[in-house]
Design a protein around this ligand. Structure first.
Ligand code: GLC
Ligand code: GLC
Length: 642
């Protein structure tokens, strides 16, 4: 198998022939592994091996043992298909574009903080349903080192859960129940690294070469072929991206914490092993896998080792694997990188879903500056994606807010990006006079001056300050900011993702500062527990939580009857007013115009002459060319025929 991927791709009949030969050669082994599902596997391989093979060859075609590893991989697929539960097999038959529905709504939660354990979460299904959630990301719940596991993102065993949550079979049961309740479960595929307690890492520490080859074990000279070009992710916790491993007396690649060991995907055995873990998770019931830290998965000396072309090849290869053994499975990209790089992960054959960190960061920017130019200019360039794919639009998540906008666009607008980032960090961490926000700095880098921000939605929008000062006007503004942000993620196009607790306006939790294992990681300020009592407040119209929840519900309900807000195309408009953000949604003959006022002052939007609108949130009919927006007002306008 010496042919390169390019030569195979150039000649499709040769590719077909190559695939037919492979299928024939391995059919008896695969038949034995796939058991009664062999006819399904055979049909899928006939269709999809031509997709997988060139990718696989691009990654491993130069290796003498490529064929052997390909056979191992195909066996993994066959076994996984044999074990796929019937109910998931049915979903495989009918993969739909569920994320395009105007009712599609996601949420992310830590099982323990939200509900104690898997059983507790089952009891909260009615709350999720009543909130309108039909996509639920269960934050990392796998066996991990204690007490610090980077919030679960250091996995010691992909097939075991943290004992205090329940067992893997209990998780599988919970996920089936979520499916039956119309809620798609989402799990993390933490595939860039394992914890240093994973059995592969333990064997590597014990000196087994086979498992040292799963990771990057370097002497100093090898390390230095990479080290100078790498970005530091957690500089406050540890400098550099390598950790000295005393047993092996070598340096191990650790992009994140020292206990998170990066996997070496140049080794095809790692690919097969992780494909097996991935399909295991799919077979437990995950409808979506969130590809954690996917920008880092391929390394090459002398590069930044982020967003390399082969990272894309690798993800596409995983996708082809999933398409064969678990077609209903979708991938969500977690690329919190430059906007030009974020969009490259989004494609039907790579990640069908992607966090939208640009929208997230620039919404916060517009709230701070009361201006929408950077938001508008940036999204005009970077919002359009393949129509089969969807953005996952979020305001907050379990991580920090990083200011990942495009410096060139900032310069064009006369904004110095470096100074502006400093301003934003100061604004959101209470160091800027007059700021409404209460956030916490995250990972200040003493060398680059880089910094990010952590905090809950309500604290960052001003609720925390307003509650403390008792200022009713400030509180009103803070609630209006929450409404405004929610209205945008619910209408701009894509799957809106709420961060658990934000729907109730829960505030920062500073208890992490007293916990020696959390103290160094300020993201814990926005990882808060949700009690029974707090949930009950959702229905108390006199409580702050009740008000925030009711406002959100009104947006969700209104959106659910407007199909154009689901599958419609999005056009970001120049609003003609520096404080207004405007976009149009279009689906066949239906069209909607959304206008948002980011300032505390009334603003005017000048529309087309003779326009007549129905404002969907209030039901009001609006006429005339000029639309008047109150402070922080949101308009969802449907054109009406006069
Ligand atoms: C992702 C996670 C983050 C974690 C990192 C390393 O960015 O969201 O919480 O620290 O990956 O796994
Ligand atoms: C990823 C993201 C970065 C984030 C980190 C964990 O590396 O790129 O923005 O801060 O994970 O928080």
């Amino acid at each position: 198998m010496q042919k390169t991927a390019t030569s195979l791709l150039e000649n499709s009949s040769q590719l077909q022939l190559e695939c037919a030969i492979i299928l024939k050669r391995y059919s008896s082994t695969l038949k034995a592994s796939a058991k009664s599902r062999w006819p399904i596997l055979e049909a899928r391989l006939q269709q999809l091996l031509p997709q997988l093979l060139p990718l696989y060859l691009e990654l491993y075609g130069e290796r003498y043992d490529c064929h052997y590893h390909l056979e191992q991989l195909l066996k993994v697929l066959a076994k996984a298909l044999a074990q796929r539960p019937d109910y998931l097999l049915q979903e495989d038959e009918d993969p739909q574009q569920w994320h395009k529905a105007p009712t599609a709504l996601g949420s992310a939660c830590y099982v323990d903080l939200f509900a104690g354990d898997f059983k507790g979460l089952e009891q909260r299904i009615p709350y999720l349903q009543q909130t309108g959630i039909n996509y639920l990301h269960l934050m990392p719940l796998f066996k991990a080192p204690e007490p610090n596991s980077d919030g679960g993102y250091a996995v010691s065993d992909y097939r075991k859960t943290m004992p205090h949550l329940g067992s893997m079979p209990q998780l599988a049961e919970l996920m089936q129940k979520l499916h039956s309740a119309g809620i798609r479960p989402v799990l993390d595929f933490v595939f860039n690294h394992t914890s240093d307690e994973h059995r592969w890492a333990e064997k590597a520490k014990a000196g087994e070469q086979q498992f040292q080859d799963y990771y990057f074990f370097f002497d100093e000279q090898e390390r230095d072929q990479y080290a100078p070009w790498l970005r530091e992710i957690f500089p406050e916790i540890r400098r550099g991206c390598f950790t000295f491993e005393p047993h092996a007396e070598r340096w191990v690649w650790t992009t994140f914490n020292s206990f998170q060991w990066d996997l070496n995907y140049a080794n095809p055995e790692v690919f097969s092993a992780m494909a097996e873990e991935m399909l295991f998770l799919a077979n437990q019931g995950a409808a979506v896998l969130r590809l954690d830290a996917l920008a880092f998965v391929w390394k090459e000396a002398g590069t930044s080792c982020e967003n390399l072309p082969k990272a894309h090849t690798l993800i596409r290869a995983f996708n082809a694997v999933a398409a064969i053994a678990a077609p209903a499975l979708q991938f969500k990209s977690e690329a919190i990188v430059h906007p030009d790089e974020v969009v490259k992960y989004i494609a039907p054959q790579e990640c069908q879903l992607s966090y939208n960190p640009l929208l997230m960061a620039l919404l916060w920017n517009s709230l701070a500056t009361r201006k929408t130019r950077l938001l508008t200019e940036s999204l005009q360039r970077r919002f359009a994606i393949d129509p089969q794919c969807s953005w996952v639009n979020y305001i907050r998540c379990h991580d920090d807010i990083g200011w990942t906008f495009d410096d060139n666009i900032a310069w064009q607008l006369g904004i110095n990006p470096e100074h502006h980032r400093q301003f934003l960090n100061q604004f959101y961490t209470g160091q800027f006079a007059g700021s409404f926000a209460t956030g916490v700095p995250f990972q200040q880098n003493p060398v680059t001056g880089d910094c990010r921000v952590a905090g809950m939605l309500a604290s960052l929008t001003g609720v925390e300050q307003a509650v403390q000062s008792g200022n009713a006007t400030h509180l009103q503004f803070a609630l209006a900011r929450i409404y405004l942000l929610n209205s945008i993620i619910l209408s701009i196009g894509g799957l809106p993702l709420l961060y658990m607790g934000d729907e109730l306006g829960l505030l920062n939790d500073y208890a992490y500062q007293d916990d020696p294992h959390k103290r160094d990681d300020s993201r814990w300020v926005n990882r808060v527990a949700v009690s029974e009592q707090q949930l009950a407040e959702a229905h108390n119209p006199d409580s702050l939580s009740g008000k925030i929840y009711a406002q959100l519900q009104q947006l969700i309900r209104t959106r659910s009857r407007l199909t154009v807000l689901g599958a419609g195309q999005t056009e970001i408009l120049q609003s003609g007013n520096p404080h207004l953000f405007a976009y149009r949604r279009q689906l066949d003959q239906q069209s909607m115009l959304c206008v948002v006022n980011f300032s505390e002052e009334p603003q005017v939007f000048v529309g087309a002459p003779g326009s007549q609108w129905r404002e969907e949130l209030s039901g009001e009919l609006l006429h005339g060319r000029s639309l008047h927006l109150a402070p922080y007002q949101v308009l969802w306008l449907s054109a009406t025929v006069s």
